[in-house]
Write a protein that binds this ligand. Structure first.
Ligand code: SIN
Length: 501
């Protein structure tokens, strides 16, 4: 394993150059706000286990106030043109890019991801701003030929109204832009509920959105950690909210569906997956290793599309395992601000516990740990050694639940049919990866996999232009792509009588 170094951050929030980005409050009705209850929670740096800041623990009353304000703001925001909104989004994009280093540091301190990766998140996040700046003025309707010669029929797309954006902690900037910038481009107003682990990024994003000219009422931020269920319930049950977009677990997704049912709210749900990564005998091993590293180590394995179940054909199994282990054993682990760190801590203590449970169960059922296999000692941060498990046993929790950490279980298979069967044998279906040199197989396997996005000889599935989303219990709705803005629009038809008048 590469050097562990000392587990100190080399930078802190005081190194943020643009101090106006730092707000330790929610944002309601155009004002930075404390919780009505006066309660607060601590934000923890997962790289050190130390406190970073204190935030308001907002509840249902704060949320209702934010929704009321967003609903008022919608009355005028919806009348702006797509061109006007697009210009503001473009300005917001430019301002965010100008502040890349500051955003990267905030993201690193909140999530633990290394600075190089946090910078990549800033670029990725901004790509949604740029994308939806363009889409804002492309919300075309149709002119539909009618059966009746005296009639004309056209459709138009209109913003749906107030949108609740419930964000995860793994991409605190990019998940805001993937949801909220699409909604804002469509002419909607938004309630942001950033994860309790990452409220700083949300505040900084709002500061620059306002500077770009987006009116205050269009964005409201509710910060909460332990009151998240109460806040989510208010967003889902409040009649003034017309749409909820959520990224998170299937369990919470089901609950939100139930809560949204009485008001018949439109929903987009991205509920994670348990991505298969299939390496066939005919794969180029270097391509397979590079893709596996990308698919597994982005954000230390904490992505909804991370490669979690690695199926390797028998003829290439040992070669791939050795090559992967040789590569991963060189990775430096440590706090994200240290030079050369490739693998940061997990963002949450609960995730650390879960990852260790997966490893222990695999070991107890016969899996062989050829690399890593334990928590990193000597630090309060949530670090786990990158882990490779060969002879991975069947029937473990890893098949039913995404591991969300740097653990690579290698399952052996023999035929293409077996690989497809294994890959599809889960209730979820978000991402999948196929590594093969055979073009017919690339098509066959892609078509057979029950998921929303497939990477072929590539380890990255995310791009603003991609309509990203899942099937089965991974949820529904698409984020990004030209489809992404439609999630925030309603389709209205107009029939015209042209026979009179
Ligand atoms: C996610 O984990 O939901 C986001 C992953 C990505 O956008 O790449």
């Amino acid at each position: 394993m590469g050097s562990l170094g000392s587990f100190q951050q080399t930078k802190s929030l005081s190194d943020i150059k643009n101090k106006k980005l730092l707000h330790y409050h929610g944002f309601i009705d155009g004002q930075w706000a404390d919780a009505a209850s006066g309660k607060t929670f601590d934000l923890i740096d997962p790289g050190t286990g130390e406190k970073l800041a204190t935030f308001p623990e907002m509840g249902a009353a704060d949320t209702a106030r934010a929704i009321e304000s967003a609903s008022k703001a919608f009355k005028t925001w919806k009348t702006t043109s797509g061109r006007e909104r697009g210009r503001m989004l473009r300005k917001w994009n430019d301002l965010c890019l100008e502040n890349t280093e500051d955003f990267a540091l905030i993201i690193t301190l909140e999530t633990g991801k290394p600075l190089y990766e946090a910078r990549a998140e800033v670029i990725y996040a901004c790509s949604f701003l740029e994308w939806f700046a363009g889409e804002a003025e492309r919300t075309y309707g149709e002119n539909i030929p009618t059966a009746n010669r005296n009639q004309r029929l056209v459709t138009m797309k209109q913003p749906i109204g107030v949108v609740g954006c419930l964000m995860p902690w793994n991409y605190p900037m990019a998940m805001i832009t993937r949801k909220a910038s699409a909604a804002i481009a469509a002419g909607c107003t938004t309630i942001w509920k950033p994860a309790g682990e990452t409220p700083l990024s949300a505040g900084a994003m709002a500061v620059l959105a306002l500077e770009a000219g987006i009116p205050p009422g269009v964005i409201q931020i509710i910060t909460s950690l332990t009151t998240v269920a109460e806040v989510g319930k208010e967003i889902c049950t409040n009649k003034l909210v017309k749409k909820v977009s959520f990224t998170g677990s299937t369990r919470v997704g089901r609950l939100l569906m139930e809560q949204c049912a009485p008001t018949v709210k439109k929903l987009s749900l991205e509920l994670g997956g348990n991505s298969p990564f299939i390496v066939f005998d005919d794969a180029d091993v270097d391509v397979a290793v590079e893709a596996a590293v990308m698919a597994k180590f982005r954000n230390t394995g904490q992505t909804c599309v991370a490669a979690n179940r690695i199926f390797v054909q028998a003829g290439i199994y040992d070669k791939f395992a050795t090559a992967l282990s040789n590569t991963i054993s060189t990775f430096k682990i440590g706090p994200g601000t240290q030079d050369g760190v490739f693998v940061g801590p997990l963002t949450h203590e609960n995730v650390l516990t879960k990852v260790l449970t997966h490893i222990e169960e695999a070991k107890s059922k016969g899996g062989k740990i050829i690399l890593g296999g334990s928590r990193v000692d000597g630090t309060k941060g949530y670090y786990v050694h990158p882990t490779i498990i060969t002879d991975m046993p069947r029937g473990t929790i890893t098949e039913r639940d995404e591991v969300f950490g740097p653990v690579i279980p290698l399952y052996k298979f023999h035929t293409e049919e077996e690989a497809i069967e294994l890959a599809n044998n889960v209730d979820v279906g978000l991402g999948a990866f196929v590594i093969t040199s055979s073009m017919p197989r690339q098509w066959r396997v892609t078509e057979a996999l029950e998921v929303g996005v497939v990477g072929v000889n590539i380890g990255l599935l995310s791009a603003a232009e991609n309509p990203f989303g899942g099937v089965k219990q991974s949820g529904f709705g698409r984020e990004g792509g030209r489809q992404g803005i439609d999630e925030y629009l309603i389709l209205k038809s107009m029939f015209l009588n042209v026979a009179t008048g």
